[in-house]
Design a protein around this ligand. Structure first.
Ligand code: Z15
Length: 830
């Protein structure tokens, strides 16, 4: 229960908490107070970490009254809330965003200066919470930012991993993973509530019994349980006074659990039991788009979803709320299939705990969920074996079978006699082992199913879920992804932001389509000059960072060519590498004069899943190629390759604004959307890319003249695949491609070892699932067009400005508007 035991009589007890004065003096007082009372140190004896923690507390204090007020108002208004269910949130650093949202940047800088401190130094002390792998986790972070900024009541639900995505290091060019100890120096942004922990059950069996009304019912007799402790985080809207909540769950042993064992006298065993329970939220699985089928992963999924549903029903709804009307108050957005076990969980709660009949429970359940699919790769679609599911969640498996049975009846009624169709559509796969297709369950249970870019949504309908889209055409829709302009333009690119604001005013930060008003400036020489200076300044900032962060020397005056994203074969980092090796080979063989080489630095950033051999070998090869090329004086410094380790949100914020060229070169039909592509375009990089994911929409908006398109289209890929693809024939018939691959095989990059990179090269030659060789020539030709354009500085700058002006569509605010209209059917709170 919440609240005081008796009615408060002190006048301050019901007043909202105060906000520190919005002045330099007020800020300094608050900061020194936090330093003394929270850190227990004086300014003169404080470490940089003390200062950072005190600064974080100070900024939190400015947000606190708004947070409490947001919670009160939302609760009172009894409006529909968005429950965003996501196993990942790749938040990035919090301090800069909080300072921006409160407009405290100038005050904080001046206040700290009066204390003899430097704001950027304190900001650099923050370790980012890396509670996600890549695009999917970062998208969740952008979406909660947009919802707060747009006054949409929402709660983000997820897992507080003790170790987020691993820290990547390179040893002799190979990736070596280190644990991410993001909590080690303190975690000032979270509010733990151990007293509000909820219990989550696992294992055991089910049984039937007869209830008081004489009805036969089912119940779950679990074998063990853990506690979920909520940790709340503020999600501040931009200058609008709204502060939403992100609620991440941490696993703890229940008392009952260890008491039993303590009583048996086995202290060591009891402590081990504690550790066992706490394993559930210990570490983020580092695979992006390749489910592992591990028991602990399923435990994580059920753990956070069970906590979240329990939390919403018990703590966010008023007592006595009639759950038949649940969908008037919540829509749970399923971020991929990871949280889909929430569907049978809600059914179980309604039937087994609240006494609903099946049909009643199903009516409610199917109106409370919507499902976003983020992939087309067949291997990325989660299928949980019924053996595992039944062992861990026996009641849920029963319910899934029940949903499937009724669903297949509906299919057979709609398509009489079409038994093949019914089998295809079953949520239960029979091969290679019996398993639950989580995407099918989500599709059946969701009010809506959406893909994340136009092409992806179309392929989802036509290729991944064709039977479902025939049965329920209206269930399928598209919401193209977006990125938050606060973090990825306003914060990451302060100089460009100032230039934009000088030209068109400051409203673009929350109304990004306004960037269109920049179009006339694309031809303005003065604007062009300022724009180029800013790009140069961003490059300088990156150069300084990489020198001290990685000991990397970036030459100045180069075309900065950037490919940053998870390492995955379908994304084709190997194609980018073949381009680099080919340039090098042509200089060595004299087919390209050094003077004709466009001065270019290629920057890679990419983590590989620790068990993904081909991805790790590719990283090794990139590093080895970089080492040889960077040391070869025959190139006269005109070609450099940089691969800073541990690409993350913090590095992205410095890298993206400095880029000239954005590499978006996945095989068409494979990248669901991409979101890095949007961040680059918004920061004035030109894209070289295939007709894939959101690239399609970027190109349509910026125009063909300002985008370097290459490669097969998705239908061409499908056709070539059907005809039979033989990568070797491209090697045989293209001398430039052959020479590049041969140079790798010669041992040039491996101290004469001719076999070090066999795995990568022979995979390309004999398998090449993602058709890099088929697109090689087209890519080389497109890179020649890049160089020609880069030689005309004014033309390049004009195109870069037009990329900024024409990509306002890719704000995640627009994505949220689309979700509100097409899926959630609700409006912001005024
Ligand atoms: C992930 O980061 C994405 C898809 C997945 O199925 C998983 Cl498990 C992780 C990415 C897509 O690859 C990317 O194209 C998309 O932009 C992003 O999700 C956000 O929708």
């Amino acid at each position: 229960t919440y609240g005081p035991a008796s009615t408060p009589t002190h006048p301050l007890a019901t007043a909202p908490v105060g906000t520190p004065p919005f002045s330099v003096d007020g800020f300094v007082r608050e900061f020194l107070h936090e330093l003394n009372t929270n850190q227990g140190v004086t300014l003169s004896r404080s470490s940089v970490n003390d200062q950072y923690l005190a600064l974080a507390s100070t900024v939190k204090n400015y947000l606190m009254a708004r947070w409490l007020e947001t919670n009160r108002k939302t609760r009172e208004a009894k409006v529909k809330t968005i429950g965003y269910l996501s196993a990942e949130y790749l938040l990035g650093r919090q301090l800069g965003n909080a300072l921006l949202a409160t407009d405290l940047n100038d005050i904080a800088r001046q206040g700290l200066e009066l204390c003899g401190l430097d704001l950027p130094t304190l900001r650099a002390q923050e370790v980012e919470p890396g509670l996600g792998n890549g695009g999917l986790g970062r998208l969740a972070a952008c979406f909660i930012d947009s919802m707060a900024t747009m006054d949409v009541p929402s709660i983000g639900y997820g897992i507080r991993y003790e170790y987020g995505i691993f820290r990547q290091t390179f040893v002799d060019g190979r990736q070596v993973e280190q644990p991410d100890t993001w909590l080690a120096l303190g975690s000032p942004w979270e509010f733990p509530h151990p007293e509000a922990a909820v219990r989550v059950d696992f294992g055991g069996h089910t049984e039937t019994y007869v209830d008081d009304d004489g009805r036969e019912r089912c119940r779950w007799i679990p074998a063990w349980n853990v506690l979920g402790v909520p940790y709340n985080y503020m999600v501040p809207g931009y200058l609008n006074g709204r502060v939403n909540t992100l609620r991440l769950w941490s696993a703890q042993a229940t008392k009952a659990f260890d008491l039993q064992i303590f009583n048996a006298g086995d202290y060591a065993q009891a402590v081990r039991a504690q550790t066992f329970a706490e394993n559930i939220s210990k570490v983020l699985y580092p695979e992006d788009s390749t489910p592992q089928g591990k028991e602990l992963r399923l435990q994580q999924q059920y753990f956070f979803v069970a906590c979240s549903l329990r939390d919403f029903l018990d703590n966010e709804l008023e007592e006595g709320f009639d759950l038949h009307h649940l969908s008037e108050r919540i829509i749970f957005q399923l971020n991929d299939t990871h949280p889909v076990i929430a569907v049978p969980e809600l059914m179980r709660i309604l039937m087994d705990e609240k006494g609903f009949e099946w049909e009643e429970a199903w009516e409610v359940t199917k109106s409370c969920f919507a499902y976003t699919c983020h992939t087309l790769l067949p291997e990325a679609l989660e299928v949980w074996s019924t053996e595992l599911l039944g062992r861990l969640l026996p009641r849920h498996l029963e319910i899934i079978f029940g949903i499937n049975e009724r669903f297949l009846k509906e299919v057979r009624a709609a398509f009489p006699g079409d038994e093949m169709r019914a089998r295809r559509m079953s949520m239960i796969a029979e091969y290679p082992e019996q398993g639950v297709r989580m995407a099918y369950l989500a599709t059946v249970a969701g009010t809506k199913v959406n893909g994340v870019a136009e092409l992806h949504s179309q392929l989802l309908r036509d290729k991944v879920l064709p039977d479902f889209s025939q049965l329920w055409p209206d269930k399928f829709t598209n919401v193209t992804n977006g990125v938050t302009p606060r973090r990825f333009v306003r914060m990451a690119n302060p100089k460009l932001s100032e230039l934009i604001t000088d030209a068109i005013g400051s409203n673009w930060v929350t109304d990004l389509e306004r960037l269109k008003e920049l179009e006339p400036y694309a031809d303005d020489p003065e604007f062009q000059a300022r724009f180029s200076e800013i790009k140069a300044w961003n490059k300088k900032r990156l150069t300084d960072l990489l020198r001290q962060r990685d000991g990397i020397d970036l030459p100045s005056g180069h075309l900065l060519d950037v490919m940053v994203k998870r390492l995955h074969e379908y994304k084709r980092q190997s194609l980018k590498l073949l381009h680099i090796v080919s340039l090098y080979e042509r200089v060595l063989s004299g087919t390209l004069a050094v003077e004709d080489l466009t001065p270019r630095t290629v920057v890679f950033g990419a983590k590989a899943a620790p068990g993904y051999r081909m991805a790790k070998d590719t990283i090794h090869l990139i590093n080895k190629v970089a080492k040889v090329i960077n040391a070869d004086e025959r190139l006269e410094g005109r070609l450099k390759v940089a691969f800073p380790a541990n690409y993350n949100v913090t590095l992205a914020e410095k890298l993206i604004p400095a880029a000239d060229l954005s590499e978006q070169i996945s095989l068409a039909g494979m990248e669901a959307s991409g979101t890095g592509n949007m961040k680059f375009a918004l920061n004035g990089a030109l894209t070289i890319g295939t007709d894939d994911g959101a690239n399609v929409e970027i190109r349509r908006l910026v125009g063909d003249k300002h985008f370097f398109l290459f490669g097969m289209s998705e239908p061409e890929v499908a056709e070539l695949g059907a005809k039979g693809y033989t990568p070797g024939s491209y090697y045989e018939s293209n001398p430039q491609l052959k020479a590049a691959l041969d140079l790798i095989l010669s041992g040039e990059f491996s101290e004469g070892d001719r076999h070090m990179f066999d795995s990568v090269v022979y995979n390309l030659l004999h398998q090449d699932r993602f058709m890099a060789l088929a697109d090689f020539q087209s890519y080389i030709d497109a890179q020649a067009r890049v160089e020609a354009k880069y030689a005309d500085e004014a033309a390049w700058t004009r195109s870069a400005i037009l990329n900024v002006a024409r990509t306002g569509y890719f704000s995640s605010d627009r994505s949220m508007r689309d979700y509100l209209q097409r899926i959630w059917h609700t409006t912001p709170m005024i």
